[in-house]
Structures are given as C-alpha cells and as structure tokens.
Design a protein around this ligand. Structure first.
Ligand code: PMP
Length: 417
C-alpha cells in the first residue's frame, strides 16, 4: 500500500536500484546515514588528522593483565561465561554498577539496573518504550547524533533547546514546553547530557539542575539523563546526577565505553522502579540478553583492578589533549571564531563567522588533511551550519596542534572568498 512506503529513501546512494524499496516499513524514512558515519572512511586515512570521530583512546589499558584475566575467566567459568544469561544482566555486575553510580550521588537498587549493549541500546529501548510517531522529544541543541538517530528511527519529533556555557537554559526549556503544549504536541521526555556534553563540551551548572527537574515535573515530562562522560572531569570533579535528585522521574543511561572499554559494549539503564519491568521485556525482545562474557569481563575488572585509578589516567590523557587543542585554537584560529572550554570529556564546539558553511567546507578541509564533524549533524532541524565539533580524544597532542593549524588555514581562505 502506497501510504506504507517511506516518504524518503532509507539511504542515500544506491537506493534507486534497491528492489526492496517498496517493502521497507514507514519508519525507515527517518533512517539516514549520519554525516559523521560517512566521514569515517576519509577521516581514517593516515595523512588526515581526524578531529571528527569520538573514539576513546584506549592506549592506557593494562592489556596484559586483562588478557590473563580473560583466559582465567574462560578456564574457570567458561560454561557460564559462554552461556545465555538473563535479559536483566548479571546480578554481580548490577551491584557493581550501583557502586559506580554512587560516585555521582545516586543511590539505587541493583534490581532497577538493566544492563544493555552500550548506552546506545538504552537510548533505543527508552525511545521504543515511550515514543509513538509524532511524539516530541526535547533535546539540547546541539545533541548527540546517535540519540537523534534513535529518535528518528521511532519517528519522534525533536524540539531543540539552546545551551549556553552553563548548559541547557531553563528558560528555553520552559518556553519550548509551553509552545509544545500550546500546539497540542505530546512531549514524552527531555533528553539531556548534563556532563561534558557531546558535542557542545559544556556542563550543566549545578544550580540549574533542580530547576530543570522542576520544570519537567510541572509539565509532566520524563527526564532521560545520558551520562557516559560524568567521571571524566579533568580535575576529578563529579556533579550530582539528575537521577540522584529526582529518582522517580529520571531514566539514567550509563556506559563503560569511556571509563573502560567501548568495544565490550556494556552499558546500563537505571530506570524508575515502575518502568524497569517493561525495560527488561524490551531488552529481551531486542537481544535476549546482553553478552554474558563481556559482562563478566567488566565485573572481574571492577573487582580486581584499580578502575578509579584507570579513569584518572584516562582523564589525564584527555586533559593533555584538551590543553593542546585549546592552546592551538587560541594560537591559530582567525578572528570571529569562538569555541567552548570543556572541563572534561572529548569535545570542543566551534562557531565560525557568518558566511562560512562548515558542511560545504569539509571536503576542502579533508583535502588539506584535517577532518571535523560539521554542526548540522547534531541538529534534527538542519541548524548548525556555522558550527563544528572537534574531538580531541584520540590523536596525539602534536597531531591535534597540526590539525588545528591546517583547519585554521582552510577557514582563513574560506573567509577570503
Ligand atoms: N551517549 C553519548 C552522549 C555518547 O557520546 C555516546 C558515545 N559516543 C553514547 C551515548 C553511546 O555510547 P555507548 O553505546 O558506547 O555506551
């Protein structure tokens, strides 16, 4: 039936030749390759300094002891580690996750933790649970590209709320919710990344947290708090999680991707108690259970390694890179550019002068052997053409400096046009 056909093709490129086109579900209309994904191929050429991707820098991991621990795990508990488990996750790990979250003032029961295949799966499940097509999700502008992908996949409409250097602006949130109410839109949740934001690099001021929770309460809107970077503050500072301040109205998404190893794909959702059962059912239908082996690897690692020390080491590496990018930006960027000053995490968000379009400029930057993520990918509504995200997490400080030097030269010639 024609109305079931997607309004737009699911992929750019060879779609016109795809004989399956009439078969796709309507929801695939929102599934398009993210600009960032498309960039990965070019950006990974060795001569290009990539400030585009957000890959954690794992070089500091203790590979020798991890490898003997994994061998031991298979030798001693292989038949458990290689077997199915529960959709809820390994109980010992869920308890340890509660200890990790306690670092940000969260007091939780392990029963309310559901282990997921990265927090990306958590995002997908939460959207699946709460969003019908046309429902509204409020998100910071800009926002995490993978979250925007999940919202699009469930045909939710995203309404962005501006941030300043203190994070999400409460007045903007109030205004957006008021507008949605006025236009009869159903707002399902606020999706927010309070700490060391991806891509904006800012942190939500502690003074704003209670107010934002209160506004959401007033409008009967759930809060989805996505916090993969919270323990990666450069001065070791942590912030009280929104979840710690309003446990019944906040779904919290956590991850070991940045604090341990992204390839293990272990994350979690801490849900309000009432939501937890549905979440487990959603997880079960998606994956049956998260990988048992990987959960046990994380659990043993937390039990036997100095994981807090490891996070500190990661943080020191990122801090060195943050310092390198900020001083290079200061030194090289042409007048009229501005950028954020992150205290943790992986990203700097840059605004360029009027007349420069970061998406159009990208091929010229790649020719000049530097890559970044252009701003429009971080908005659902096409905004962001004067913005770009620079990730400093992966390259060496020397490469970062060289990358910024190249980028500044491209920008300068762009501004002369
Ligand atoms: N949320 C945010 C804000 C992220 O930056 C990322 C990873 N880049 C994720 C969620 C997903 O992380 P993972 O699935 O690896 O836990």
């Amino acid at each position: 039936m024609s109305e079931k056909r997607p309004a737009r093709q699911p992929q750019s490129g060879h779609h016109n030749l795809d004989p399956h086109l009439p078969r796709y579900a309507a929801r695939t209309a929102g599934m398009t390759a993210s600009e960032i994904r498309a960039l990965f191929a070019v950006a990974s050429r060795p001569e290009v300094v990539s400030l585009a991707g957000g890959m954690p820098n794992l070089a500091a991991l203790p590979l020798d002891s991890l490898s003997s621990q994994m061998a031991e795990l298979i030798a001693n508990d292989g038949l458990v580690a290689l077997q199915y488990g529960s959709a809820h996750g390994v109980p010992a790990l869920r308890e340890q996750i509660c200890e990790v979250m306690a670092l940000e003032d969260i007091s939780a029961h392990p029963d309310d933790v559901v282990v997921t295949v990265g927090s990306q799966m958590g995002l997908d499940m939460v959207t699946r649970l709460f969003c019908d097509p046309g429902d509204v999700v409020i998100a910071e502008g800009p926002s995490y590209v993978g979250a925007l992908g999940s919202f699009a996949a469930y045909q939710a409409e995203v309404v962005h709320v501006a941030m300043d250097d203190q994070g999400l602006v409460p007045e903007g949130l109030r205004e957006a919710l008021g507008q949605c109410r006025k236009h009869g839109k159903r707002v399902k949740f606020l999706y927010t990344i309070p700490n060391f934001h991806n891509p904006a690099g800012v942190t939500l001021a502690v003074e704003r947290r209670a107010e934002i929770l209160e506004i959401c309460r007033e409008h009967d809107v759930l809060v989805v708090e996505d916090n993969p970077y919270g323990l990666l503050g450069f001065d070791g500072q942590t912030y009280p999680a929104l979840r710690s301040m309003d446990p019944d109205n906040v779904v919290y998404l956590g991850s070991f991707s940045k604090t341990f190893a992204s390839g293990l794909r272990v994350g979690w959702v801490l849900a309000p108690h009432a939501v937890r059962e549905k979440l487990v059912l959603a997880a079960e239908s998606a994956t049956l259970c998260p990988p048992t082996l990987n959960q046990l690897v994380v659990s043993r690692y937390l039990a036997t390694h100095d994981w807090k020390g490891q996070i500190k080491t990661f943080g020191e590496n990122y801090r060195e890179r943050r310092d390198a990018i900020l001083s290079a930006l200061e030194q090289h960027m042409p007048p009229g550019c501005s950028w954020t000053h992150p205290d943790g995490g992986f990203y700097v968000w840059v605004t360029v002068p009027e007349g420069v379009d970061t998406k159009a400029m990208l091929p010229r930057a790649v020719t000049a052997r530097v890559a970044y993520a252009s701003g429009t990918g971080f908005y659902a509504d096409g905004f962001g053409s004067r913005q770009m995200r620079l990730s400093y997490c992966y390259p060496t400080p020397e490469r970062i400096k060289e990358g910024v030097r190249r980028l500044a030269a491209v920008l300068e010639s762009e501004m002369d046009l």
